[in-house]
Design a protein. Sequence first.
Length: 474
Amino acid sequence: MHALAVFGVRGRLLPRALVLLLILLPLADGHTAERAAAAGTTYYVDCIGGNDGNSGTASKLAWHSLSRANQAVLSPGESLLLKRGCTWTGPLTPWWQGSATAPITIGAYGSGELPMIQSGTNGIDAVFVTGSYLILESLSARGLPPRRDARCENAAVGQISGFRFAGPAAYNTLRASTATGFTEGVKIERSSHHNRILHNSFLSNTMMAQLTTSPGDDYGAFGANVHGDDNEIAYNVFSGHHACSYDYTSDGSAVEIFGGQRNLVHHNRSSDNQAFVELGASRSSANIFAYNLVTSSLAGATFLVTRGPNDGFGPVFGTQAYNNTVYLTGSNATAVVCVGGCSADILTLKNSIIWSEYQAAYVDQAFDEGYNIYWRSDGSPIFKLAPMSATSKVIDPQLVSPSGGDFHLAATSPARDSGTIASVQAGFTSDFDGAAVPQGSSVDIGAYEFARPARAPSQTKRRLVRASTSGRRT
């Protein structure tokens, strides 16, 4: 509950489209970042016209290299801007200390593509953050594998992060940025906390980290790999996180929680990832997943994997999942997995639509389950769920067009007004579209509240309007 207060989720969230507009519109204008940082010095880096002998304090006096930028000493309220259309080999190492009232911004200027920072083939992260109260925005990171392994489908092999938050890094924001081709798009180390990962795109981070010199011990590939506490991961797009694995044939997840506590993962779009979230390590606890839209056509895809005390990577206490919409069409997909002694202390699953063409759930013991809808196309979802709550249903959720990608509720959907207010009590008061929750007499099941049409004026009101416009008294 403390994490909710930190990130302000208890208040009404702005509509998703409006939030994106507020964040992205200023970034589209290369000069807006300069104006916003007028209170402090702004430094510029230009891979083409810059010179490390310059002062860096104007776009015409830009530095040339990231190594020069890394040597700079930035103070609270100052900015470092990279020129759009440029590509550098990392790392960029923001080590500076901003403040809560005057963060330091690392962003972009000019026009064209986002400034690109690539890892190179030396196994070095693209962006390695050890500072605090930093805003990283409008950056693109690309991973280049140190090597490939023909024994595992010529998979990219290495241990490289697009954005890594480590050491004392805390209270940082990564937004409106992209990462592709890494072991993990973003990694938050155990020593890093209270970071916000917002409105980013993590795409095809399919590099597998081999932990020994021979096949048989590996991990990856992840959109976000979270070891730290009290972080918020929201409004992001995760897609294509699945890679050849020596251990599991195929592995990967949009979000991996390994030892992290009180992290909030909400309002994200996940497509064709091996898993949406997998949790492990006994330190992990009290992580919440809400209003995420998760789809996958991969054969063995999963939505959520967590563990009880009898699992080697457990127990993982206090995992909570509310109002997620899950649509898995893979031939061997299992949406919810909780093994090793699942219980109410391990997993809470409520207000969610679970549609899996193979198995909806594989849970070895009773847990805190209720107000869910389970389904598959033939009307007979398979699940090991003992017992299913009387408030949950095996019924067609009547989504508008799941095969066409529209997961809103139809007017006749049994998900309407059928949920519990537990999600609101947990602090979530807007749906995937940003609409207020609830819209009707109770919370709807799934990531979308049913969009009720605006009420037409009553007959009496219409007569009053017509009379007043014609000049007659009413």
